[in-house]
Design a binder for this molecule. Structure first.
Ligand SMILES: [Zn+2]
Length: 282
């Protein structure tokens, strides 16, 4: 599943290519994947592309918006003078477009196109007006992102969930936005906290370190390009892993801890596969 850093990578990548272009035609191949009326989109210039949590928001000249959720298997593939592909890493990155999993695509009238692919159809594009954006249940319940959260607010938020495991609390998007499974494990490792500890037992200093860790690892992931085509599909067609660039514990079970040389272990916490080092995390 694309996490916040990957979605931010997509936003930055698409920003270069689609802002300023006019959408001439919307082709909907799967009704479920496009909510709203395409008449508000066709003929409209793209003013900007924003992101809130893992949702992309494309603003059109008529002040309508398209909100895009990639969910489990969504991809966005731009084919113009250059190709840009990002999102769920599968064969769609290298297939001819429209591909097997293309659900919606946009023609810019100059031969350039943007494709929304989604194998499992959990993702969608939703056409909304300003009021829709202001009242959308997903957007309104999103907490702040780690770099927008003051240490006091983060600590107080943890204290409101005294009896819950810290990993479950930071995964809840209404508490803090954008922390997925990878970043929860990496943030806990950074802060030296075992992920299943209850928030009520987290000291102020540890909370500060955890917030710093979440922001740091997510920023590192954004800087390394998230799950873009170039990182995931090598020239020979094999998949690479952008995780290699920053992950210290995630999917490294059985390997040496880069900090203490102990062995990284994997268990379940907060209902998710959880990676940790018992030498470094208390
Ligand atoms: Zn260690």
């Amino acid at each position: 599943m694309p996490e916040l850093p990957e979605v931010e990578t997509i936003r930055r990548g698409l920003d270069k290519f689609i802002v300023g272009q006019t959408i001439q035609k919307v082709t909907i191949l799967c009704e479920k994947s496009f909510r709203g009326d395409k008449k508000y989109v066709e003929g409209q210039k793209i003013l900007k592309i924003d992101r809130r949590g893992k949702a992309l928001l494309i603003q059109l000249e008529n002040n309508m918006w398209m909100m895009i959720h990639l969910r489990m298997t969504g991809q966005l593939i731009y084919v113009g003078e250059e190709k840009f592909a990002a999102g769920h890493p599968d064969g769609g990155f290298t297939e001819k477009m429209p591909g097997r999993h293309t659900r919606v695509y946009f023609d810019f009238g100059n031969g350039f196109q943007l494709f929304f692919n989604d194998q499992r159809k959990f993702g969608f594009i939703s056409v909304m007006d300003e009021l829709g954006i202001a009242t959308d249940p997903f957007l309104t319940k999103l907490g702040p992102e780690p770099w927008d959260m003051a240490p006091d607010d983060f600590y107080n938020m943890l204290q409101r969930h005294k009896n819950s495991p810290v990993k479950a609390v930071i995964l809840d998007q209404s508490n803090i936005a954008g922390v997925g499974n990878i970043y929860a494990d990496e943030g806990c490792f950074y802060a030296g906290i075992l992920p299943w500890r209850h928030c009520g037992d987290i000291e102020r200093e540890e909370a500060d370190k955890l917030l710093e860790g979440l922001a740091t690892v997510m920023q590192r992931s954004i800087d390394s390009g998230g799950s873009t085509m170039k990182d995931y599909v090598r020239a020979d067609g094999t998949k690479g892993s952008y995780l290699e660039k920053f992950a210290q514990v995630f999917r490294r079970e059985g390997l040496e801890c880069p900090r203490c040389g102990g062995i990284i272990e994997k268990t379940r916490a907060a209902g998710r596969g959880t990676h940790y080092c018992k030498g470094c995390q208390k």
